[in-house]
Design a protein around this ligand. Structure first.
Ligand code: PDD
Length: 284
């Protein structure tokens, strides 16, 4: 069934939506994006996503295409027009169309594209069984804190995981795990949650922030530091967080079972807490 998508001011059936071949998102991956999740037809943690969008735009000296309020209105309009109960809204801003030149164009108008994806987030079957990941070298650029559409390394990592019979990849650099292909990575050892500290080496996940706040409120000990692949394989539990998976247990790393090889109690509890809080945040 055709969706209605948003492109630079217009709501259109997806097959009628057009972007220029000169769009710098297409030519240079000169664009940034956000994915906000939707539960019961309402946006979750959207303010955090819009704050990070603004930061990504600032880091690249890219003008904002619209105010946060206008962007949120478009997100909600698409949710309504496409009857999305559960899933996500993707939004992308690029520097716009200009003749190909490495220098930033002076007067390009940023392009704004949004579309919805309907799918179950809460009843994701992987939440019950847990995911398997493989470890791969992190070959990405050094500004992973900017959420750019330059995702080829992540796409290669995910494809390699799929071809190896796994669900996802955790990437490592200089002997330490950075993050998952499209999520933040965590291990649990002796009751302590360990996840890499914030820097330019990883994306500053909006779900990470919310989940760490919940863990803290519940009195779970947290260490924000880099951890090694060996620590990960030897952990009692592992999990990932993202807007599209919330909290998702990881039960196998490079073929080794983590803990009992089933979703651990801390990951399971954090998933429940996150979903409860998300649903609470949209209660009228
Ligand atoms: N990915 N790290 C990377 C590399 C990511 O791509 C993502 C999100 C995250 C988690 O961030 P957040 O909690 O704000 O979603 C961490 C999105 C979901 C995607 O690309 O589809």
């Amino acid at each position: 069934m055709s969706r209605i998508v948003y492109v630079n001011g217009d709501y259109l059936p997806e097959e009628d939506a057009r972007i220029s071949v000169f769009d710098r998102g297409f030519l240079f991956a000169d664009g940034v994006y956000e994915v906000s999740s939707v539960l019961n037809g309402r946006l979750i943690d959207n303010e955090g996503h819009l704050v990070r969008l603004r930061r990504s735009l600032n880091e690249l000296n890219m003008p904002a295409p619209a105010s946060d309020a206008d962007i949120e209105e478009i997100q909600n309009e698409l949710i309504k027009r496409n009857n999305v109960e559960e899933g996500g809204v993707y939004l992308q801003v690029t520097r716009g169309a200009a003749d190909r030149d490495f220098l930033y164009p002076k007067n390009a108008k940023p392009s704004l594209v949004l579309f919805t994806q309907a799918r179950s987030v809460i009843d994701n079957p992987k939440a019950k069984t847990g995911m398997s990941v493989i470890l791969l070298e992190d070959i990405r650029w050094r500004r992973r804190d900017i959420k750019t559409v330059g995702l080829l390394a992540q796409s290669m990592a995910k494809q390699a995981a799929f071809e190896a019979g796994a669900d996802d990849a955790w990437m490592h650099q200089d002997g330490f795990i950075t993050e998952g292909s499209s999520n933040n990575a965590y291990i649990v050892k002796d009751g302590t949650i360990i996840t890499r500290h914030l820097s330019n080496d990883i994306l500053h996940g909006i779900t990470r922030k919310a989940v760490l706040a919940l863990a803290k409120e519940t009195g779970m000990p947290i260490e924000e530091r880099a951890f090694t692949p060996d620590e990960a394989k030897d952990a009692d539990e592992a999990f990932v967080t993202s807007a599209s998976t919330f909290v998702m247990p990881v039960v196998k790393i490079d073929g080794s079972d983590i803990g009992t090889g089933t979703p651990g109690p801390i990951a399971t509890r954090l998933r429940t807490l996150y979903i409860e809080e998300a649903l609470n945040s949209i209660k009228d």
